[in-house]
Design a protein around this ligand. Structure first.
Ligand code: ACO
Length: 378
């Protein structure tokens, strides 16, 4: 406690002067990682040194998740989905059928954590168990909300195929399964994005891996992060046709709206994940009939964004082509953000392992900009 200054004392500020601060922590380095390298200027993304395009062409999601967790490349690595514990099914049954799937998934992960022993530090086994659990939980919620019973995992199927099977009751054709697996690979990891940073902050307190992932899902729920592909579908429906694109885009920007699927905090070049997914979308057997329109609308949008923001290159991001891939595999648009979260489990949990291996509590400083020290009135 300090003594109160005399009433006639000069009114110079007594609180410390603000230190430099970067809004949104843009450009601030907040850690070291061996998991992924993002070259925003050149549009390059590597997972543990391997190019994302090569991983999509030659890898599987289980192999990529294992690479992130262990650093080892084992192309034959398998990861089937895991059963949902009974108490978690009870929780999912209690969630209103009109709840957002992201809310259901976040709740399921939290409930799962309460059924597990998850001692510190997190382990690869914990990461694997949680990543294998969540697709079953989301599929169970999707079925329960439409009055259907959950389907048990088939241990013969790998994670993305198993997820589609538990969602629909049918084993997907190889092309559809491969398209969703490619989506999961590009969604698996992406540096210190907002949700991953959340997972690392939670892990840094020595909290458990389920809490880290539940928090990360909450962060990813925001439309500026994981909500975009659903909105891409809505926007393209509003555009309606290539002929209307120019007028629609100009009007939307004039209203101050953002074009979903464009812009990125790090990429100034074309997002390499968008390039990989565009290839996947074009190669799909059951592609949505609006894919060609989306490709042409993209050109119009890029031209107008370049005209409006000559100072800041705004290019296509991963979410733009995630939309047709996810539609093409038959997912309802409101499942897109939660499906993105399933894919990102590999990265979130790998970051939890990396954080724990060299832990220091994440606790930044903040500039106080409120009133000077003062007496309570009265
Ligand atoms: N459409 C129109 N204008 C945009 C867009 C966009 N998609 N993105 C950025 N801008 C404009 C902003 O309005 C701003 O203009 P101003 O300076 O005149 O206000 C300028 O570009 C800079 O934008 P910032 O908000 O500073 O860029 P930031 O790095 O914070 O944003 C973000 C990145 C949030 C992704 C942004 O580009 C956006 O909102 N995009 C649309 C949503 C989207 O596609 N999200 C998915 C991102 S990918 C992912 O999370 C996996």
């Amino acid at each position: 406690m300090t003594d109160s200054p005399p009433a006639d004392a000069p009114t110079e500020p007594t609180l410390p002067v603000a230190k430099p601060y970067s809004p949104g922590l843009e450009g601030v380095v907040a850690g070291d990682t061996s998991l992924s390298y993002i070259d925003g200027a050149a549009g390059r993304l590597l997972y543990r040194g391997y190019r994302i395009g090569d991983l999509v062409e030659r890898g599987t999601y289980p192999a990529v998740a294992n690479l992130l967790w262990t650093g080892e490349w084992d192309p034959k690595h398998r990861l089937p989905t895991a059963a949902v514990p009974g108490p978690v099914i009870d929780v999912l049954r209690a969630i209103p059928s009109n709840a957002k799937p992201m809310d259901a998934l976040r709740t399921a992960v939290s409930a799962w954590g309460s059924t597990q022993e998850l001692p510190w530090p997190p382990t690869v086994e914990q990461a694997r168990a949680l990543t294998a659990f969540s697709p079953s939980a989301l599929a169970a919620f999707a079925r329960l909300r439409s009055g259907e019973q959950p389907i048990d995992p088939d241990p013969e199927l790998d994670l993305t195929t198993g997820f589609l099977y538990q969602l629909t009751g049918e084993r997907p054709d190889p092309g559809t399964a491969r398209a969703l697996d490619a989506y999961f690979i590009v969604g698996a990891e992406h540096g210190f994005n907002a949700s991953t940073f959340t997972a690392r902050v939670i892990t840094s307190t020595r909290s458990d891996i389920a809490s880290a992932v539940a928090g990360a899902i909450g962060t990813m729920k925001g439309p500026l992060h994981g909500g975009a592909p659903t909105e891409v579908v809505d926007q393209l429906a509003k555009v309606g046709s290539v002929e209307h694109a120019e007028e629609w885009v100009r009007d939307a920007l004039a209203r101050g709206e953002r074009l979903m699927g464009f812009g990125h905090r790090v990429y100034r070049a074309y997002d390499p994940r968008a390039a990989a997914l565009r290839k996947v979308a074009e190669g799909m057997e059951h592609k949505p009939d609006w894919l060609q329109m989306a490709i042409e609308v993209e050109d119009v949008a890029l031209r107008i964004l370049a005209e409006k923001h000559p100072e800041r290159p705004l290019r296509t991001n991963v979410e733009y082509y995630a939309a047709p891939v996810l539609m093409g595999v038959g997912l309802a648009p409101d499942l897109f953000p939660a499906t993105f979260s399933l894919a990102r489990h590999a990265g979130w949990t790998a970051h939890a392992l990396e954080q724990a291996a060299n832990n220091r509590l994440i606790r930044p400083d903040v500039n106080y900009i409120g009133p000077e020290e003062r007496d309570l009135p009265g």
